[in-house]
Design a protein around this ligand. Structure first.
Ligand code: ADP
Ligand code: ZN
Length: 746
């Protein structure tokens, strides 16, 4: 059917759609979900066709310029899903669709053709030739041997890397007819899956007998799969209870039924080990991996595998929730409570919640797993909306580690650092070192001193651009802002009163690592945080070195907390458990509970029993106490009580409306105007503020915010509808940012 008008979701932060003329040559080809190039406000931008109306009430429509990537059309389901995201999170539909694409396609780059190489003879012939050239031409010999085992096609550079051979040697083999080269838009990752398969066989992990709890959890997932309907299963399993094994079996069931699977994991835990475990657990199944560390070309390649149905399972981080998986049969969200599922720029979606919505739209089950389920999910389970399955025991030889609390004294802050490690922790560390066991020391702050202050006038040194104290980094001998990266030298005198002495206070991982190295001279100490480890490779190396036992003590931030399995760690020391406890954020207690539980879970995962020592100034705080005792249910009961009293999630919905700009008065004025409009809205929505944000300035931009609180999502949306009708999103130089279901209150 020839189409003459298209409704386009243009990639602009506007919540409306635009009509365009479909020019004659495109009329027969254009389809729903096609990405197109359109003129918009004097420039040309991208958009997606979302409807073909019969007529338009707009005069003189502009024509669509052309169809981009006609082979990566959004299907009806992804159009529906992205539409929902745009409406719910108050973003432009075009923006959401754009966010759903891999970056290279987004940037409009054409995919490059890859040079591929394949074996051109039988493997027997290749092996004979390989033997013959063994001495004379080791490079050609290695290439031949590799091709004999893996005939390809291979990407050229990967083949050279795998065979440790030069390009010259390969050219000679091609010229002599032993290998042939070709070109392909992309290659199946099945080849690399096979290569990894060898590795998997070596580590031989797959195929445990399931424990009783795991069996029950799997049965819940199986029942959901059998029903072939939307079901949410919340898997609450302590660290080491074998949740991954349950995911794997559930995925296998979905695959056996001819469907595909999608697994979301937090950014920090998508490590090569994680991927390897999935490859082991799903032998022979092509798996695509989507990770922000991949190059743009690699990401596009993986995305193509998915879209063309070659990958049967997709593992990825937050944005993978948009992966165009055909015949999706099961979604798994590991560590469903994790904050990295929330995107902190537009569109501000939470991938866990989008996963639930996607499953609902598709009528398929979704499996949410965590050792510390978010209170939202737990509440949904208690209310009967989700099916809750508990796995309260570890599958490994030892049960959960023994956790004890030790109360910190003011001596913790002794300037020489000698009070950072209490006598109890010191004793436990020495015991472990004597037994050649490993120790993990955790503190959720990086840097050496977390703030500098004047001992006379009390001034705290702050970033000139952000309302945040500067952190002292000793190695660089610099003060740094952890928000904008601003750096400066360390002043000798107070910039305010000129005379006072500057004192360094607050403790970060750099300082702890120094103190640990000073105390345990003979121990080999490594540090894992964003300052010590700046690349993905360095991260892998630090972790691998520790895992191999080449380090005795690992000091780090939450980078050490998640996912890693270090069987020789028998002691976890938490230097100060309360660093986040008094944040002006209603989730402060929940986050404290989660982080203590997660870090503690790193202890005793191997043959020997684990111990955890939690240093804290607040041993009686329920979040600290419940985490130490492993009492999730008790924690949830108490915290849900508070939330209920205050109408916070899960008993109500929130939206944050943030105003920012360089002129503080303008910002305050716009925030006040918005506050009035919001207050006039009918319905049960409460309007709190405006008030300066807890971080009142970031990168030189002043910030005011309004918090909307309502028992229902409809209440929030009613108020926001009104705001959007009355006031533009940008007025003067003040931007308004709406964050529905905000994860941080700062
Ligand atoms: P979780 O994800 O709940 O922290 P994992 O799935 O990582 O736990 O399992 C912890 C360890 O126990 C892994 O090394 C895994 O291979 C092993 N494991 C899992 N299930 C079993 C089982 N049924 N029997 C023996 N070992 C198991
Ligand atoms: Zn700053």
């Amino acid at each position: 059917m020839a189409r003459s008008i298209a409704q386009v979701a243009v990639n602009v932060p506007l919540r409306r759609l635009f009509h365009y003329e479909v020019p004659e040559p495109l009329a027969e080809r254009i389809e729903l979900g096609h990405r197109v190039l359109v003129p918009f406000g004097g420039r040309v931008t991208t958009g997606v066709c979302v409807a073909f109306p019969e007529a338009s009430d707009r005069p003189a429509l502009k024509p669509i310029r052309r169809i981009l990537h006609p082979d990566c059309r959004f299907d009806a389901h992804l159009l529906q899903l992205t539409r929902w995201i745009a409406d719910y999170y108050r973003a432009g539909w075009g923006e959401v669709l754009e966010a759903a694409l891999p970056p290279a396609i987004r940037a409009g780059k054409e995919e490059r053709l890859q040079v591929t190489v394949s074996a051109a003879r039988t493997s027997g012939e290749l092996l004979d030739e390989s033997m013959r050239l063994l001495k004379r031409s080791p490079h050609q010999s290695r290439l031949l041997a590799f091709l004999a085992r893996n005939p390809g096609p291979h990407r050229r550079h990967e083949l050279l890397r795998s065979a440790a051979a030069t390009g010259g040697a390969l050219r000679r083999l091609v010229a002599r007819g032993w290998a042939s080269d070709g070109r392909a838009r992309d290659l199946s990752s099945v080849a690399s899956a096979e290569a990894l398969g060898d590795l998997a066989a070596l580590s031989g992990g797959a195929g445990h007998e399931l424990h009783e709890d795991q069996e029950a959890a799997l049965e819940a997932a199986r029942a959901a799969l059998r029903e072939g309907a939307f079901r949410v299963v919340l898997l609450h399993g302590v660290t080491g209870s074998g949740k991954t094994e349950v995911y794997l079996r559930a995925l296998r069931e979905a695959l056996a039924a001819g469907r595909r699977g999608l697994v979301l994991v937090p950014e920090i835990s998508l490590t090569p080990q994680t991927v390897l475990r999935f490859r082991e657990g799903l032998p022979g199944e092509p798996i695509a991996v989507l990770h922000s560390m991949l190059t743009a070309v690699e990401r596009t390649r993986e995305w193509r595998h998915i879209q063309e149905g070659r990958a049967r399972v997709v593992i990825g981080v937050r944005s993978s929730i948009f992966a165009p998986v055909p015949d999706l049969g099961l979604i798994v969200v590991d560590e469903e409570h994790d904050g990295s599922y929330k995107q902190e720029s537009s569109p501000r979606y939470n991938a866990r919640d989008v996963a639930v919505m996607r499953s609902k739209m598709l009528g398929i089950p979704v499996l949410l797993g965590s050792a510390t389920p978010s209170l939202e999910s737990f509440h949904n389970a208690s209310a009967g909306k989700y099916r809750l399955v508990e796995m309260p025991r570890r599958v490994t030889s030892h049960d959960l580690p023994l956790v004890s609390l030790v109360t910190l004294e003011p001596s913790f802050y002794r300037p020489d650092g000698s009070g950072l490690i209490t006598d109890e922790l010191d004793r436990l560390i020495r015991e472990r070192l004597a037994r050649r066991e490993q120790v993990l020391i955790f503190l959720n702050r990086r840097g050496f001193s977390t703030y500098l202050h004047c001992t006379r006038c009390g001034l705290v040194l702050k970033c000139p651009e952000c309302d945040i104290s500067l952190t002292y980094h000793k190695t660089e001998n610099l003060l740094r802002c952890h928000y904008c990266g601003h750096a400066r030298g360390v002043p000798r005198e107070c910039p305010e009163c000129d005379a006072g002495a500057i004192r360094r206070s607050g403790v970060g991982t750099e300082r702890i690592a120094a103190e640990v190295a000073r105390r345990y001279e003979e121990a080999r100490v490594a540090r894992l945080d964003r300052d010590a480890v700046t690349s993905h490779r360095a991260l892998r190396e630090t972790i691998a070195r520790f895992a191999r036992g080449e380090r005795d003590i690992l000091v780090g931030t939450q980078m050490v907390a998640k996912g890693h399995d270090f069987p020789r760690v028998t002691l976890v020391g938490i230097v100060n458990a309360d660093t986040g406890l008094h944040f002006p954020d209603f989730r402060a207690a929940e986050r404290t509970f989660q982080i203590i539980t997660q870090v503690a879970g790193r202890a005793g995962r191997g043959a020997r029993e684990g111990r955890v020592l939690v240093q804290t100034f607040f041993p009686d705080h329920f979040a600290v106490r419940c985490a130490a005792r492993g009492e999730y249910a008790e924690f949830a009961r108490k915290e849900l009580g508070h939330r209920k009293t205050l109408g916070y999630p899960p008993y109500g919905r929130l939206a944050k409306v943030l105003f920012q700009g360089e002129d503080g008065e303008q910002v305050a004025r716009e925030a006040a105007a918005a506050g009035e409009v919001l207050r006039e809205a009918k319905g049960p929505c409460k309007v709190l503020g405006p008030a300066p944000s807890p971080i009142a300035k970031i990168q030189g931009r002043l910030r005011h915010q309004i918090l909307l609180k309502s028992p229902t999502a409809a209440g929030i949306h009613g108020a926001l509808d009104r705001l959007e009708e009355r006031l533009p999103a940008r007025k003067g130089k003040v931007d308004r940012i709406v964050d529905v279901d905000p994860y941080t209150m700062l």
